[in-house]
Design a protein around this ligand. Structure first.
Ligand SMILES: Cc1cc2nc3c(=O)[nH]c(=O)nc-3n(C[C@H](O)[C@H](O)[C@H](O)COP(=O)(O)OP(=O)(O)OC[C@H]3O[C@@H](n4cnc5c(N)ncnc54)[C@H](O)[C@@H]3O)c2cc1C
Length: 147
């Protein structure tokens, strides 16, 4: 179907589910980390993408017949930035019990540091967070259960 797949990624290395790549002998996968991108078109159809290379700072152009945009990778954690620790990706740092470093605040799902952003993981983490709340309440570490 195509000979070259050019992948633009916000990180310098693939992580999580992004690390699972099947590379065909007949398809070249180019991996680059743009700082900013702009879709190019000829007025009727997409013709490529222009981007600034994060490492060199140079503007590059890639011709393309089609572009797939992957969404949903930026954690919406800003409202909690003053309450809990965030890592460099903006993920809320949690321990294995979904506890943050702030007593009484728990976090679960994609916006945390837990690896593999998948539905079944987020659901399990939500259950863990609930159990941790109950455990901390039973041990007297928090004063009340959330309503
Ligand atoms: C395009 C795409 C495809 C995917 N495909 C798959 C798949 O095939 N299989 C799979 O297992 N996983 C898939 N995932 C991942 C899966 O969607 C997530 O892992 C899962 O939804 C995480 O659940 P969550 O509850 O942590 O977050 P979310 O499902 O993102 O829920 C967070 C909720 O919080 C709300 N919210 C955000 N900010 C605020 C705020 N300030 N105040 C109030 N509410 C707020 C949002 O509107 C949203 O409803 C996909 C994700 C994307 C983006």
């Amino acid at each position: 179907m195509c000979k070259t797949v050019a992948t633009k990624h916000t990180s310098t290395e693939l992580s999580g589910t992004g690390s699972v790549w099947v590379i065909s002998a007949t398809v070249t996968v180019k991996f680059e980390t743009p700082a900013a991108s702009r879709v190019l078109d000829d007025g009727a159809k997409v013709s490529g993408i222009e981007y600034t290379d994060r490492a060199s700072g140079e503007t590059q152009t890639v011709s393309a017949d089609g572009i797939f945009v992957q969404i949903g990778l930026v954690p919406n954690s800003a409202p909690f930035a003053d309450l809990v620790e965030l890592n460099s990706l903006g993920e809320i740092v949690v321990d294995g019990h979904c506890r943050t470093g702030t007593t009484g605040i728990y976090a679960a799902g994609d916006l945390t540091t837990v690896p593999y952003k998948q539905i079944i993981i987020a659901m399990g983490e939500g259950a863990k967070a609930g159990l941790s709340v109950f455990e901390d309440f039973a041990r007297g570490n928090i004063a009340a259960l959330p309503r």
